[in-house]
Design a protein around this ligand. Structure first.
Ligand SMILES: C[S@@+](CC[C@H](N)C(=O)[O-])C[C@H]1O[C@@H](n2cnc3c(N)ncnc32)[C@H](O)[C@@H]1O
Ligand code: SF4
Ligand code: SF4
Length: 256
């Protein structure tokens, strides 16, 4: 199970495809984080990230140490790569996702992710320090993805290419076509495979609701589906229109 905790909604980037700038800004209190972690099932991965940059949380490393003190939990993050980490800190993270969409500095800058060159250097540096832990997360928004794919393959770094979100709640500054619903069921509702906790402490069954105010519980969503309706928090979700979020997944290699 993934226990995903949105520890902050602060961010230092403005990616055109991300609704972060429309969210109220808040850091979760360390004590609240600890209580949530205490209730994560054994063997879970605590994914410390929501719609914000996790490394901006002033108590981020205390949070990581707390999760690791539990022995039966793993720590995962996805970061925009702008805030450096040292070898000791990297050693505490079990899975390190870094968001890079392109090898073109101009495309990255236009998308709202500046400083591409130092971020790529960090990806390679971290991969040399903790081989097998680093994974690149790219959003496919129509850019030429082949150079990034070749880069990941050449360096043996894992890569997830995610389609740009079709969900309405993400689409403040872009639009994808509205698609007919194919299913009124969702694996996140049928089984508790993902637990998402918003920065304000509210829970959701998946990480794709973005706005805590419109997010419903699994039971409420299930009632809508049974009545033949799609609630606003699930509007145009890939689970329902039948389009997977991930378009390409490449496994990374551990260096020997
Ligand atoms: C919301 S960010 C939070 C972590 C960190 N700030 C970062 O950018 O890596 C988590 C992931 O969601 C992805 N993401 C954000 N908006 C998206 C969208 N509209 N479609 C697909 N992925 C998106 C980001 O590219 C990133 O890989
Ligand atoms: S995708 Fe990440 S880095 Fe970009 S604006 Fe959203 S939270 Fe910030
Ligand atoms: S937003 Fe999508 S993944 Fe989340 S509960 Fe709704 S249909 Fe399922």
């Amino acid at each position: 199970m993934i226990c995903q905790i949105e520890i902050t909604t602060y961010c230092n980037a403005q990616c055109f495809y991300c609704p972060n700038e429309y969210l109220p800004k808040h850091h979760m209190a360390l004590e609240e984080f600890q209580t949530i972690v205490d209730n994560c099932p054994k063997g879970s991965t605590v994914l410390m990230q929501g719609t914000g940059e996790p490394l901006l949380h002033p108590r981020f490393w205390e949070m990581v140490v707390y999760v690791k003190s539990k022995n039966n939990l793993n720590v995962g993050i996805i970061t925009n790569g702008t805030i450096p980490m040292n070898e000791m800190q990297l050693g505490q993270i079990d899975t390190l996702g870094i968001s890079v969409d392109t090898l073109s500095a101009a495309t990255a800058e236009r998308s709202g992710r500046p400083d591409l060159i130092p971020i790529i250097s960090s990806v390679l540096h971290y991969h040399s320090l903790v081989p097998g832990k680093v994974r690149i997360y790219a959003v496919d928004f129509g850019q030429d993805i082949n150079p990034l794919q070749a880069f990941a393959k050449n360096h043996g770094i894992g890569l997830n290419i995610q389609r740009i979100q079709g969900k309405s709640v993400y689409q403040k500054r872009y639009q994808t076509p509205t698609l007919p619903y194919r299913y009124l069921r969702c694996r996140y509702i049928e089984n508790e495979i993902h637990r998402f906790v918003f920065v304000n402490g509210k829970h959701a069954p998946c990480a794709y609701m973005v706005d805590s105010h419109s997010a419903l519980s699994a039971e409420e969503i299930s009632r809508h589906f049974k009545a033949g309706r799609v609630p606003p928090c699930c509007s145009q979700c890939g689970e329902l229109v039948g389009i997977p979020r991930l378009s390409i997944k490449i496994e990374g290699k551990r260096r020997t």
